[in-house]
Design a protein around this ligand. Sequence first.
Ligand SMILES: [Zn+2]
Ligand SMILES: [Zn+2]
Length: 282
Amino acid sequence: MITELAAVALAAASPWARDWWVGLCERYTEPQMVIGGTFVSLVVGYALGCMPYVLLDWLRWPPAAAYKLQPSRYVSRRVALHTSAYVLFLFVCVMLPLIVVGSGALSLLGVTLDPDRLPSAGTIAVQTAYFFLVEDFGNYWLHRALHTPWLYQAVHRVHHEHDAPFALAATYAHPVEVVVLGLPTFAGPLAVGPHLLTLWVWVLLRNYEAIDIHSGYELPAAANRVAGWIAGAAHHDYHHAHYSGNFASVFTWCDRLYGTSIGFEALQARKAAAAAKQGKLA
Ligand SMILES: [Zn+2]
Ligand SMILES: [Zn+2]
């Protein structure tokens, strides 16, 4: 998935990408591109991003099971179907209207479809990195607010129905939470006014990041294994299992700075010490 997105980003600088974009602009109107294209990026990205993890859960393939964060906690088919239906409801009845409303603001604040201003891969990389920083900081504080007693009971409790998260549950939340947490997702693009192609890449990446941290797996290729500043699946899995701590979703900086990952870090240290002890005994 990440490789495909990188390919799209790299292709953005090529003449092929320009021809493809011109073709899209000739075939579709601006509202169809902004609303329809963004919505399709959201839904297709969610389906493609979830698919590998759904297969891993379904097949219970032993080599992959070794990387499952809560080894015995597989989602049942009934819960997976219910979650998929509810997420589909959120896409159609909450996120699509949000995109329709937000599209006016995006156009006003400079989101462009101009083929002559198609972004280079470097521009896409720099802008999406900035969007991730804005997303992470905003999401951290809004998520902490959702853990205050009243907001937790009234809103955030729905997302925490799953104490062993799985990919399909990444967006499983109260509609109010979907709207509130959509603010930091679109705050970066609203501030920058990027090209629509960059916005689509951002929607795909943000979607995939949410799916990955809820997947229940920390696979060998997980980025956080080599970059400790990336939160990753184990970080957010701890939040669901303990209902507190590790409020950030993308990076570990906020939780470290504000002291909300102390329990998680102590647990990781105990696990590392136990593994080292086992290694010495073997
Ligand atoms: Zn939470
Ligand atoms: Zn979550």
